[in-house]
Design a protein around this ligand. Structure first.
Ligand code: CAA
Length: 248
């Protein structure tokens, strides 16, 4: 049991829930951010996890907004203590071909998926450096590595995330702070459920594993990277995509 504090942005979502469970099971004191506690029924979500034996705190935060992140960080550290592990997971899609994409759909995705990584990480990185320990895990996507139809905004945000990871890895390496990216393929969540059936079947047909990932299969890698023992894994991108995209 580590007793370390782990913060997961968007931890009450499809991938986030098993991430929170896996971290809590490994002994972390886990806190999630959510946008709107009431609209997201966060207390029901929390009660369900508690029933299953997992205690997870929550704090409201708009990760796209810097000041909201400042307030969130102050609250988390006041209530739970310094954050040792940060999982930047909150993300959205606004899919559409570029020739049809509205400017708002570009900005919303860049703000929520990429600006958020700066907004949130900026609040915790100084403390991690001072304490000589930190684990930052950025959840990107196979579509940031390969591009995808209808996702110029999303692919740009997810590719940008790994540039951020690599720079931060170098900055933190002598201070015990690692930064890594996990790039899931298609995962069974509400995000992929929103893809039209026919298109989804075409996508699955291109995955050598012949199926989507289960969210728990992503959580497994995040917990691995968060561990104290993962100190020398830094600046890496770990794909979890059923061999959909293999690279060296
Ligand atoms: N592969 C091959 N062809 C594709 C394609 C694909 N993945 N996506 C679209 N096309 C083709 C269509 O077959 C169609 O071809 P024809 O004109 O010859 O018929 C053409 O592009 C236009 O497609 P649509 O009629 O669907 O056009 P649209 O404007 O209504 O929608 C789209 C386009 C938004 C790209 C839509 O097809 C779509 O939503 N595709 C899925 C995008 C996707 O994979 N999103 C991932 C969401 S999950 C996620 O992002 C999580 C993660 O990290 C993996």
């Amino acid at each position: 049991m580590t007793g370390r504090v782990a913060l997961v942005t968007g931890g009450n979502g499809g991938i986030g829930t098993p991430v929170c469970i896996a971290l809590a099971s490994a002994g972390y004191r886990v806190v999630t951010t959510c946008m709107d506690a009431e609209a997201e029924n966060i207390t029901d979500w929390q009660a369900q996890l508690r029933k299953e034996g997992h205690e997870v705190g929550y704090v409201e935060c708009n990760v796209a907004d810097y000041e909201s992140c400042q307030r969130m960080a102050a609250e988390v550290e006041r209530e739970h203590g310094p954050v040792d592990v940060l999982v930047n997971l909150a993300g959205i899609t606004r899919d559409g071909f570029l020739h049809k994409m509205a400017a708002e759909d570009w900005s919303a995705v860049i703000k929520v998926n990429l600006d958020s990584v700066f907004n949130v990480t900026r609040q915790f990185v100084t403390g991690m450096r001072e304490r000589g320990f930190g684990r930052i895990v950025n959840v990107s996507s196979v579509n940031g590595q390969t591009g995808q139809f209808g996702q110029s905004n999303y692919s740009a945000s997810k590719a940008g995330m790994h540039g951020f990871t690599m720079a931060l890895a170098k900055e933190g390496a002598r201070k015990g702070v690692t930064a890594n990216t996990v790039s899931p393929g298609y995962v069974e969540t509400s995000m992929t459920a929103a893809i039209a059936d026919e298109v989804r079947q075409q996508i699955i047909a291109q995955v050598p594993a012949g199926r989507m990932a289960k969210p728990e299969e992503i959580a497994r890698v995040i917990v691995f990277l968060a561990a104290d023992e993962s100190a020398y894994i830094n600046g890496a991108n770990i794909p979890v995509n059923g061999a959909q995209f293999c690279s060296f």
